[in-house]
Every structure is written in C-alpha cells, then in structure tokens.
Ligand binder design. Structure first.
Ligand code: SF4
Length: 501
C-alpha cells in the first residue's frame, strides 16, 4: 500500500516557479507507518497512473481552476482500485462534487494538517468517512513541510507559510471565508527552522506564501485604542510585535537570501514595517492594486486601497524602501470603461512596478461576487458543453469562456482583447529592458528579461488566449525558458547552516 499526493494541472512546464507547499505539508501529515508518500506535481509532469495500485490511497488537492483535471485523476485512481480522497479550497466549498464527479471515497474540508492523517488511516482500514471536518487549525498546529521529499532541480522558489487568514473582505476573494478573518500567525522559530532547512538544500529565494503578510495595520491599532477595553489593542500590538520578531530573525539569515510575500497596500504607510522588511530582505511583494479608480475599488470592496496619484505614491513607497512590487490588477469591473485599460497601463508604468499581472474578473466560488452572480443567473439557462455556466470550472478547458459577468458597456471579447493588449504593452521588450535597470549588471538584466518573458508566457498567454494553438505554443515556450531560468535562482547548498541564535 502506498500513499500518493497529486497536484492536478492540465498544463506541465517541466519546472515550477514556486513549490506547491500543501503537497509537502500533507506528506508531513501522513502517518509514518504508511511510508513516504509518492508526490506528483502535474505542473511539472503529468501523473503516471501506472504507479497507482489497488489499495493505495490517493490524495488530490483542488482549487476551482484545476478541479476538472483533479476529477479526471480521481476517476482514474478509483478505476485502478485506489482509495480516493479530495481536499483543498474547492473540495471544501463543494464537498459533494468530488463524490459525484471525481470518484471520491472521502473529502477533507478545511485544513488538512490533522484531518488528512485520519482519512488515510480510515481508508487503509477500509472504512473512510464521506467527509472529514479539518476546520481551521491553530497556528501552533501548522506542520512543517517534508522538504526532504522535494525533487532536485525542479523549482525556482521554495515556499514557507507564516500566517493563514486575512482580516479584509474583498469581494472577489475567498481567502477570508475559507482561511478566516482572524490571522493565525505561526511562531517565528518554526518559520525560521523551515527557512534554514531550505537554505541548507540550496534555496536562497523563498516565497512567504501567506494570505496577507501585513496582518495588523496602524489604522487597526488606532481604532482599537479608542475602545474602553484595552484587550483588542493589546492583542493587535502583540500580533504586530510577532511580525517584527519574525523579520528580525529573517535578517540574521545568510545575506544571499531573498524573500517575497503578499501584502496589502496599507503597509506603504507604515515606515517602521517597510524598514523591517528591508532589513529582513523581503525584496518583493505581490500587492493587490485591483483598480486604479475609486469606483473600481468600490466595486471590489477594497476602499482601503488608493486610486490615482496617491496610488502611484503608495506603490513607489515600496520601491523606495527596497521592496519590488508585483502589482495585481483586475479588468472587467462594472465601472471599467475602454479608457480604464490605458489608464491602468500608465499607472503600472509610473508606479515603478517591477512586475504586473492583469486578470479578468472571474466569479470564483466562495466569494461575494460569485454569490451575487449566481443569484442573477438563476433564471439564465446558458449551458456550454451541457454544463450550466454557473459551474464554469466543469466546462472543458477549450470551451471555457474567459469572461462570465455581463458588463454594462463592453462585450466579453472586448475585455479579453484589451486585457491582452495591456499585458503586451507592459511586457514589450523595450519596457522590460527599461525596468531591468533595477538589477546591477548586464547578466542580471538579461536574467530579468528572461524571467519577465517566462512570467508572461506562463500566466498571460495560457490564461487569456482563447485559441488553443496559442496556449500550447506558450506552454512549449515556457517549458523551454523555464529550465535556464531555474538555474538563475539556484544557490550552492549550505548543509552546515545553523539556526541563528
Ligand atoms: S484579496 Fe488579499 S486583502 Fe483581500 S481578502 Fe483576499 S487576501 Fe485579503
């Protein structure tokens, strides 16, 4: 009997950008009596089903984007006589679906850190429960990943989680519902131990794979200070102090280490926090800008962000503090107009962004946007390939539309083409070359160009293009560029590295 863990994907690039952390956390959660799990990340290579035998246990983690491929894998595994267990955000939101479509014997809802082990044991004894409630485990129970199982030379960045949950409530995001609004912050020592293990193995670039690294804002503390009861303020101050403790400990790690995280724009107003990030060598952050107009921010319940000139200033503040920003923008919001695309492009250039991504508004399950859209679609009988449009993740990839929410002034294809044009402009060679000035030498600048091109091929062309030939061409290109790009991130292992005292 063997335990398998599968990260499904319909596209494989041979090399991955960031390690899919959940695979290695669930490997740690697998009871040791069943041996080391066999891990397959299909973003590297497709699953070899012949490795699955009768009586094996196959764990498949799905989010909405890869659910359909996950169900294919589940059915194949079940046909080979294996026990099939699904988990991940999508299975948590729709626990019946893997049973109906994916050959599931069981579904783990919520965090798998504890529940996965129970599910494996029950499968092996022949009596799995249909659903396991994993809930939201305390930060003290977050497991360290089994990095000893990582294949060599396959990923550019490793990933460590420092916090789950986000106190915000953006309308297009399900994190605050699935991971909760109360940040569950992991102790600094546990994080540092994992980071040190990864540096020993030759990873010097680490993504702090958090929902939101900036868990407490200065405004939160100011508002809590107005309350008669001091406990809320004390609580927030303790959480903030823990962030500073973690960043202080990161700053004591080898000087060649570089970190990347995900953060809200409010951190730009907190010079002490930015300074601590700089010392910790957190040199990159994904910032959800979403929209460049006040109306757009209102559309997505993100009025804590800024628009116009203030937005440019805030984004520049990160760069001035030594933090490169990957700005994330959404197109297709109800208030967007044809001129919004050009305005966004201009702001992305003026704000000194190092990278940017431009996604089209998609109603994902578990979000406020999805609930509203699903309601408006109740009387709409639109089906594609026999699937109701409100179950868009079940529509075969090649038939799946790119835009779902009807827009007041633009057709779906206009939004798609204009989005593609903004990607094309931001990642045009002259613009990339100009941005590459942020690295000190010619070798670094060439590496920057390659990485920018890879990013575009992996995330824009494969996600926006409707033409499958273009998608396949992009995937092939990405495969070719990915291997040399990975070498740019690798570092000599430091097997002797100790945890700083
Ligand atoms: S988009 Fe970011 S800030 Fe908004 S709820 Fe999701 S994780 Fe939090």
């Amino acid at each position: 009997m063997r335990v398998h863990l599968v990260n499904p994907s319909h596209l494989a690039f041979g090399v991955g950008v960031i390690t899919p952390r959940w695979l290695y956390v669930l490997a740690a959660a697998t009871p040791s009596t069943f041996g080391d799990p066999l891990i397959t990340d299909e973003t590297l290579e497709p699953l070899d089903v012949t490795t699955i035998n009768s009586g094996d246990v196959v764990g498949i983690g799905i989010h909405t984007g890869n659910a359909l491929r996950g169900y294919e894998v589940g059915r194949e595994a079940r046909a080979r006589g294996a026990w099939v267990v699904f988990g991940g955000i999508h299975a948590t939101l729709y626990p019946d679906e893997p049973h109906e479509l994916g050959g599931a014997h069981a579904v783990v809802k919520g965090d798998g850190d504890i529940a996965w082990g129970r599910a494996v044991k029950d499968c092996v004894s022949g009596s799995p429960q249909p659903v396991y409630e994993g809930g939201k485990v305390d930060a003290d129970s977050f497991l360290a990943a089994r990095w000893d199982l990582l294949p060599t030379n396959k990923y550019m960045w490793a990933s460590v989680q420092t916090v789950r949950g986000c106190p915000k409530h953006c309308s297009f995001c399900s994190v605050w519902k699935t991971d909760g609004q109360k940040p569950r912050q992991r102790g600094a020592d546990a994080v540092i131990a994992e980071v040190v293990e990864l540096r020993r193995r030759g990873f010097r670039f680490i993504a702090l794979a958090d929902d939101n690294f900036y868990t407490v804002t200065l405004t939160d503390i100011k508002m809590a200070s107005r309350r008669a009861d001091p406990r809320q303020r004390e609580n927030l101050e303790a959480l903030r102090a823990e962030r500073f403790e973690l960043m202080d400990k990161l700053s004591k790690l080898p000087k060649d280490m570089i970190f990347f995280t995900q953060i809200t724009m409010e951190a730009a107003e907190d010079p002490a926090f930015l300074d601590a990030m700089r010392r910790a060598r957190i040199k990159g952050a994904l910032v959800g800008v979403e929209a460049v107009t006040p109306e757009g921010l209102k559309d997505v319940y993100k009025d804590f962000n800024y628009a116009g000139e203030t937005l440019v200033e805030r984004l520049r503040a990160f760069r001035e503090a030594g933090v490169h920003v990957l700005g994330s923008f959404i197109f297709g919001l109800p208030s967007d107009r044809p001129e919004t695309f050009e305005a966004t492009s201009v702001i992305a250039s003026r704000a000194n962004l190092t990278f940017a991504q431009f996604v089209m508004l998609t109603p994902f399950p578990g979000t406020v946007d999805f609930a509203t859209w699903e309601k408006t679609m109740e009387s709409n009988p639109t089906r594609i390939g026999g699937i109701p449009i409100t179950r868009h993740w079940l529509i075969p990839q090649e038939l799946r539309p790119k835009v779902y929410t009807p827009h007041p002034v633009m057709a779906a294809d206009e939004i798609r083409q204009r989005t593609q044009a903004v990607w094309d402009d931001f990642y045009s060679l002259p613009k990339i070359w100009d941005r590459s000035k942020c690295v000190p030498n010619m070798k670094g600048r060439l590496a920057f160009v390659m990485i920018s091109k890879l990013y575009r091929q992996m995330y824009a062309n494969t996600g926006i293009a409707t033409d499958s030939a273009r998608v396949n061409r992009s995937a092939r290109w990405a495969r070719i560029i990915a291997a040399p790009c990975r070498r740019l991130f690798a570092a000599p292992p430091m097997p002797e590295l100790q945890i700083p005292s």
